[in-house]
Every structure is written in C-alpha cells, then in structure tokens.
Design a binder for this molecule. Structure first.
Ligand code: SF4
Length: 359
C-alpha cells in the first residue's frame, strides 16, 4: 500500500465520507496531507472519533483560523540567521535539512513551511552555510536535527550531515527529532541507525533520538521494534508529545502513553501545549485543562513517566514549563521563608514543618 496524499484517496479508503470531499480539497490546497500505510493500519474505521485519525486525517475545521493563530506560531523566523538554522537559545541550534515528512500531522506547528509545496531539501550550498554558522560559534554545544522529519533522508545523506557535525569540536550532542519510528518504522534500518550514531570516542559526542508520539496505540509492534533497534545500538531515546483535544486529553490515555514509552526505554521529555498554528484551534486544550491532567499524573505514575508540560511562548521567546505549582510561600516573619506544599493526594504541609513553639 502507498501513502494516501489526497482527499479523494482518503474517500476511496473510507477514511472520510464523500460529502466532506469539497471542504477537504480546500484544506489540502493549503496544508499537506499524507498518511503512511503504518498509520492507516492503526486507524479504527468504526470509530468516528478515532484518536489516530484525528491526528492525521484532515478536517474541515482547519479552515477556521483564529485571530491569535499565526503562520509562525513560535517565532522561528526572528531567530533564523541563515537558511536552515534556528538559533533561539545560546547553547543549541535547530538544523533543518529537510522540509518534508512521511505524514503531515494536523496539529503541526510548522504546517505553513513543511510539505511538497515548499522547498523539499536544504540545498548543498545552504547546508554548507548552515554548518559554517555552527562551526563559527563555539557556544553551540547541541545541534537538533528537525525539519520536516530528518529521518526521511537517506542513510548516506544523514551520515554526511552527522559526520560534518562530528568534525566540529564544540558540538557534543546531536539530537534527532522524528516521528518516523511510529509512522514508517521500516525506515529504521541498521544502516540508518549507524548513520545517525555519533561515535563514542575521545571527543565524547552523543546522539539522542526524540520520538514524537501522542497516543499509546502509536507504539505498535513494528514501532516498538524500530525503537528497540535505535536503543539497542546505544542511542538514548526521549519522547515529546503534544497535548491534543480528542487524542490524549484524558488521564488514562496520557498515563498509558507515558508508561508505554518508558516500557520501551523511551524517557518522556516534553508534553507540549498546542501551539497557535493556523487552523488547529479544534485540537487545542486550555492551559488549566493541561495543568489538571499533569496533576492527575503526579503521584499516580512513576517519576520516570512524568514529562515536563511546556509552552513555546509566541514571538520566539522560547519554552517555559507551565505545569501546576505545588508550592506556595507562607507569609512569615523574619528571614526564614516558610512554604506550604501540596502532596499527590492534595494534602497540604508546612515546610519546614511547624515547630512545637510555633503555636
Ligand atoms: S512529523 Fe513533525 S514536522 Fe512533520 S508534520 Fe508532523 S509534527 Fe510537523
């Protein structure tokens, strides 16, 4: 089976009803569409609210753009000194060698800049300029390969990029952000894994892979095997998930997702609040809903399963944690600060604990 890339193909596969075709043609004219055979396999056609379909099958709601939404929702453009580089934080950069993906997530924050309607790859000259930018800045400790999805590149092209980064003395970490292990797991071959793995030699470089997964069903047997090929090769894996209405915005689904990741040796890293990308309002929760979900996970799940709930601040100001606070300062005399702290059963305690002579 080939990927489905048009609304007509989705109708033919019974993934959307024919009466939606005209509206979806309008959506597809603006935002790329692609569902891989692995993703199609995961969709339950009998469930009109299927959480996998909701992530990948286009929806007429995408035509409704809210005033607060933006084509550049996290301010990438303001931090792009050369093509292919986003340099927002002092010690790390994003390097985007490719602008296409095997699937197009309906919630994608870069939906206005990925897909076949855009330049597919960074040209060789632009890649050289991007690498020169990194080489000239000794403060850059980490390079994050993203896109698009960098693992759509051939092993040969990936190897060229990773080896070029390895030759830059001050770059110690290569981090790869990808959805490929869940949406196209057969691409994770031994050759590809060798291509992205930085050698553990005297220069102490390391590759990390960050998997984007939003629902526990995405960790299919094939996806788990693909992740195992990465971890067994000695590459640590982390995950990032986006909090999405109707996909994972309930404690049971989030708990199952985080536990499934950890069981597969993938440490949950970030839970992103939905970005203000155009036409994604129907998929966003509110921040109080997100905080309530994080509270529900606190104490109920092992610390290994706890991601940091973060918001990428619009305008390019970077990520900040926005999880609930468990600590409140209690007005107290003198210099010794006192606090009230909430435990995982919602009990409240003074810290330091009250002394006998406090009464
Ligand atoms: S794989 Fe990543 S970059 Fe590609 S559409 Fe999905 S979220 Fe966007």
């Amino acid at each position: 089976m080939k990927p489905l890339r048009t609304p007509a193909a989705l109708v033919a596969a019974a993934l959307v009803p024919p009466e939606r075709l005209a509206a979806l043609e309008q959506v597809a004219a603006r935002y790329a569409v692609s569902l891989t055979p692995d993703v199609i396999d995961l969709i339950n056609l009998d469930d009109p609210a299927d959480p996998i379909a909701r992530q990948f099958v286009p929806d007429p709601s995408e035509l409704a753009v809210r005033p607060e939404e933006s084509a550049d929702p996290i301010g990438d453009d303001a931090h792009s000194p050369v093509e292919g580089i986003i340099h927002r934080y002092p010690d790390r950069v994003l390097l985007k060698p490719v602008h296409i993906c095997p699937v197009y997530c309906r919630s994608c924050l870069r939906r206005e800049s990925v897909g076949p309607g855009h330049r597919r790859w960074l040209s060789r000259a632009a890649l050289v300029r991007a690498l020169n930018y990194i080489r000239a800045r000794p403060q850059i400790w980490e390079v994050i390969l993203t896109g698009g999805d960098p693992l759509v590149l051939s092993p040969r092209r990936l190897r060229d990029v990773v080896r070029a980064l390895e030759r830059i003395e001050h770059v110690k970490i290569v981090r790869v952000h990808t959805r490929v292990p869940v949406v196209a797991p057969a691409r994770i071959t031994a050759e590809l894994v060798r291509a992205i793995k930085a050698p553990r030699n005297a220069s102490s470089k390391a590759t990390y892979v960050v998997l984007h997964a939003n629902h526990p069903r995405e960790l299919s047997a094939r996806a788990r095997a693909a992740c195992a090929r990465i971890v067994d090769a000695g590459i640590p894996m982390l995950s990032q998930s986006v909090l999405l209405r109707g996909v994972n915005d309930d404690p049971d689904t989030l708990a199952a997702l985080m536990r499934t990741l950890v069981e597969n040796r993938i440490k949950p890293y970030y839970l992103h609040h939905g970005d203000l990308a155009p036409g994604t309002g129907h998929l966003r929760t509110t921040i109080p809903q997100g905080q309530a979900l994080i509270r529900a996970l606190h104490g109920r799940l092992s610390g290994l399963c706890q991601p940091t709930y973060v918001l990428d601040i619009p305008g390019g100001h970077g990520k900040s944690p926005i999880g609930p606070s468990y600590l409140e300062r209690v007005p107290s005399a003198g210099e010794d600060a006192r606090f009230e702290i909430e435990d995982f059963n919602a009990g409240r305690h003074l810290y330091p604990p009250a002394r006998q002579d406090d009464s």
